[in-house]
Design a protein around this ligand. Structure first.
Ligand SMILES: NC(=O)c1ccc[n+]([C@@H]2O[C@H](COP(=O)([O-])OP(=O)(O)OC[C@H]3O[C@@H](n4cnc5c(N)ncnc54)[C@H](OP(=O)(O)O)[C@@H]3O)[C@@H](O)[C@H]2O)c1
Length: 336
């Protein structure tokens, strides 16, 4: 046995509705000594993401469900502490899928060695330079396909994906309308991301009316992160041949029984709207192109990021639950 232990968050039971702390357990386990080809890694940051809620279901849709009484997984950034493989050395920074634990032993060939452009901003590789940033890039370019001068509506606009969508679309010369759940987020979107109009969906009297007022000439692209009322309002405001990049529908993730859909779907026919769902993991071939554009955008200040950093693995569940009440401002990460 090695001298190391790890703290892990296990899924204890499958949530019905909004998860509670009772669905999870913080467990201490002993780690084996890394065998030949393996490394011991200390995670520095782990990501919490809305998709993890889907994996807590027995019938997870596009990925395997988390097993009960086992550690969950997801994106994390760690530092190699001990290496028994020539491809990695002590101190190397690795992107891994071993979130929800502070240390782990794994085969070196399952980890991605990073050459961080700035070691002080490692958590960016879980946000703007990571899966959410790539999601924004893929969803916008491949499925939203906005043209300069067009109007795009982005829901959950201040979030990890949404804020990148807004800023990339602004760079392309689009008019950008965002929606979010607080005035502080709205101010940031306007003042730091260049978003033209922001709707606080929690305080506006009617989302549909607010969207018509923000985009009197209609919208050409809707980047869908929320579902429900947001989707209904977007369809109402969509111009002919509009495109919907269906990225997620977080408003329904904790519904014990599925919510009824928008009541205006017939407009999709008359307006000839194209709706395309996508999953970022099908588009990893775009990662190189994405990084080659995104890193310079960050370095030249064209893309800015906001993060909410929660400290300690014992608060990782709080961080995850916070995603469903908008406690995160930008990318939610846990510092381990
Ligand atoms: N298709 C893919 O491959 C892919 C990949 C990554 C993410 N996604 C999806 O993209 C969406 C955004 O993910 P993210 O990582 O960027 O998360 P995020 O936006 O950083 O965090 C979630 C945000 O959603 C908003 N929200 C939560 N419940 C809501 C509700 N009932 N109604 C309206 N807004 C609500 C909250 O912000 P407010 O303050 O604005 O309420 C919250 O901060 C999610 O739907 C996620 O599942 C899809």
């Amino acid at each position: 046995m090695s001298q190391y232990t790890a703290q892990q968050v296990h899924l204890k039971s499958r949530p019905a509705g909004l998860p509670t702390h009772d669905n999870f357990a913080l467990v201490t386990v002993e780690l084996p000594q890394p065998a030949a080809g393996e490394v011991l890694v200390k995670n520095l940051y782990m990501s919490v993401d809305p998709y993890m809620r889907g994996r807590m279901r027995e019938d997870a849709v596009y990925a395997q469900a988390y097993a009960l009484n086992e550690v969950m997984y997801g994106g994390a950034i760690g530092e190699v502490v001990e290496s028994n493989d020539p491809s990695l050395s002590q101190g190397d920074i690795v992107l891994n899928q071993k979130a929800w634990q502070d240390r782990f032993v794994a085969p070196a060939n399952t980890l991605v060695k990073l050459e961080p452009f700035d070691r002080a901003q490692l958590s960016l590789y879980l946000g703007t330079l990571g899966m959410p940033g790539l999601t924004a890039y893929v969803g916008l370019f491949k499925f939203g396909e906005p043209k300069p001068g067009e109007t795009i509506f982005v829901s959950a606009a201040s979030g990890a994906v949404g804020a990148n969508v807004c800023q990339i679309a602004k760079q392309m010369g689009c008019r950008v309308i965002g929606s979010c759940g607080s005035d502080e987020k709205a101010q940031w979107l306007k003042n730091h991301c260049g978003v033209d109009e922001v709707i606080n969906y929690k305080t506006c009297s009617d989302l549909n009316t607010a969207l018509v007022a923000a985009a009197p000439e209609g919208i050409d692209v809707y980047f869908e992160n929320v579902g429900g009322e947001h989707l209904q309002a977007a369809i109402n405001s969509m111009n002919p041949f509009g495109r919907i990049a269906a990225c997620g529908m977080i408003s329904g993730y904790n519904a014990a029984t599925p919510e009824p859909g928008p009541n205006n779907l017939m407009l999709i026919v008359g307006k000839k709207i194209r709706i395309t769902g996508f999953i970022v993991s099908d588009h990893v071939d775009m990662r190189e192109a994405f990084l080659s554009e995104m890193i310079p955008w960050i370095q030249t200040g064209k893309i800015t990021s906001h993060e909410t950093v929660v400290e300690g693995i014992d608060h990782a569940v709080d961080a995850f639950l916070g995603l469903f009440s908008g406690n995160n401002f930008g990318k939610m990460v846990v510092k381990l």
